[in-house]
Design a protein around this ligand. Structure first.
Ligand SMILES: NC(=O)C1=CN([C@@H]2O[C@H](COP(=O)(O)OP(=O)(O)OC[C@H]3O[C@@H](n4cnc5c(N)ncnc54)[C@H](OP(=O)(O)O)[C@@H]3O)[C@@H](O)[C@H]2O)[C@@H](O)CC1
Ligand SMILES: Nc1ncnc2c1ncn2[C@@H]1O[C@H](COP(=O)(O)OP(=O)(O)OP(=O)(O)O)[C@@H](O)[C@H]1O
Ligand SMILES: [Mg+2]
Length: 375
């Protein structure tokens, strides 16, 4: 097994050497060769989830997945090969959320983590950490005259576009706020990311945007939505036109993911449920009873990194190893949810009621090391 893993890691090294553009082209070929399967899917949602819960396969083998998709560390790698992540978020009110997402990506093992935020938020975020690359490019309505909106919007887009092809994944929404002009600009950024085939994890206010404009992600297999209880409720009401059904949660989630064209949804809660419209998996390993704000932001940054690693893993053909499911977005969600829960439990053991999001971030490394040692 170890030699197989070594062989796969060598293959992975080769792939990491390829440019981001080539990697995305490979992914496109795979996608078109194996288009979204649900069109020819015969089984009903009920049959599928019954079958899954019948053989008790709802709970993912998260530790195995985490170990399998995490690339080994070696001296031949150059900066950037372990992942370049960008968070689009951060405004006057919220500077913590984009910081939590971006720093978590670095703590897990990404090489570079960018933040695209408003000018007000940028200096604050930079002062939290010199590790982050912070772009003060977003504008809110109050700072833009009506007649300047078009030119400002074009400028914002051009600033982000300069970097777009280099990113392995975007995280859209932590601490973004709900300013209408800002959200219009972010819609354009999302359209460009989609054209460039860059994966997106959509969280927080990004979900507010997407719920009101589903076309931004609908039918895009590289989109991941990470709703909390409120955000999920809004999605269900908008898409399925009904209320959240706690009794048949996996079926409803499967149905929601299908209706949005096969995007992957990570429904956060006591157990995390994950579906891409084809399969449903849960991650319920013990986390923490502390519900301090910001844990969802850690999760979005974590999912972005694991999704990128899972994509590389699958693109190299290493998916032959016995992990299931095989969709990179689902694997990224499972790994991210498991790591956050483990880190939260370690932080809680140390800090009890005083546990804060920063304490959980400080446990991400130990948590990953326990599952997947660096050497
Ligand atoms: N430090 C920072 O900068 C952080 C910034 N953040 C950023 O804030 C922005 C808005 O995101 P959000 O999560 O506050 O908005 P949303 O989901 O509408 O919740 C609003 C209210 O809903 C309720 N509520 C929540 N959970 C519930 C539950 N399980 N069951 C029932 N009710 C529940 C609860 O209301 P209450 O109980 O007070 O009535 C809660 O206050 C977004 O950009 C995000 O990224 C955060 O990431 C945190 C760290
Ligand atoms: N009742 C719970 N029991 C255990 N873990 C939970 C519970 N609720 C949420 N979590 C975990 O906490 C993490 C964050 O979920 P939460 O619902 O707090 O997100 P959020 O509201 O978006 O957070 P944020 O404050 O960052 O916006 C998820 O990984 C989820 O698994
Ligand atoms: Mg949140």
């Amino acid at each position: 097994m170890k030699s197989v893993l070594n062989f796969c890691n060598s293959l992975s090294d080769l792939m990491f050497s390829a440019s981001a553009v080539i990697r995305r082209q490979h992914f496109l070929i795979r996608t078109f060769a194996n288009p979204y399967k649900s069109q020819s899917h015969h089984r009903t949602i009920m049959q599928e989830t019954k079958c899954m819960s019948g053989n008790n396969s709802l709970e993912a083998d998260a530790e195995k997945i985490l170990r399998t998709i995490t690339p080994k560390l070696d001296l031949s790698r150059h900066k950037g090969q372990a992942g370049k992540i960008a968070v689009v978020g951060g405004c006057r009110e919220y500077t913590g959320a984009p910081y939590f997402a971006a720093i978590s990506a670095l703590k897990i093992g990404a090489d570079l983590s960018h933040v695209f935020c408003t000018k007000d938020a940028a200096t604050v975020i930079k002062s939290y950490s010199p590790e982050l690359i912070v772009h003060p490019v977003l504008e809110e309505s109050y700072s833009v005259r009506d007649e300047d909106r078009k030119s400002v919007s074009a400028k914002v887009l051009a600033e982000v576009d300069k970097w777009m092809e280099r990113f392995d994944c975007l995280v859209i929404g932590p601490g973004l706020g709900r300013d209408p002009f800002l959200l219009d600009c972010v819609s354009e950024i999302m359209k460009h990311a989609r054209e460039a085939n860059v994966p997106m994890v959509v969280d927080g206010d990004g979900l507010f945007l997407v719920t009101n404009c589903l076309d931004l992600v609908s039918g895009y297999p590289l989109a991941v939505l990470t709703p909390n209880v409120n955000e999920y409720k809004r999605l269900i009401q908008k898409v399925l036109n009904c209320e959240v059904n706690g009794q048949d949660a996996p079926e409803q989630l499967l149905s929601l993911a299908r209706r949005i064209g096969g995007v992957t949804i990570l429904q956060k809660g006591k157990s995390d449920l994950i579906s891409d419209g084809e399969t449903v998996k849960s991650v319920s390993i013990f986390g923490s009873p502390r519900r301090c704000g910001g844990q969802g932001d850690i999760l979005s940054g974590s999912v972005a990194v694991f999704l990128s690693w899972a994509r590389h893993f699958i693109l190299t053909g290493e998916g032959n190893l016995s992990i299931s499911p095989t969709n990179a977005t689902v694997l990224g969600c499972i790994a991210g949810a498991a790591l956050l829960r483990k880190a939260a439990s370690l932080a809680f053991a140390d800090n009890k009621r005083a546990t804060l999001t920063g304490d959980i971030i400080n446990c991400l490394g130990r948590s990953l090391e326990d599952i997947c040692p660096a050497s």
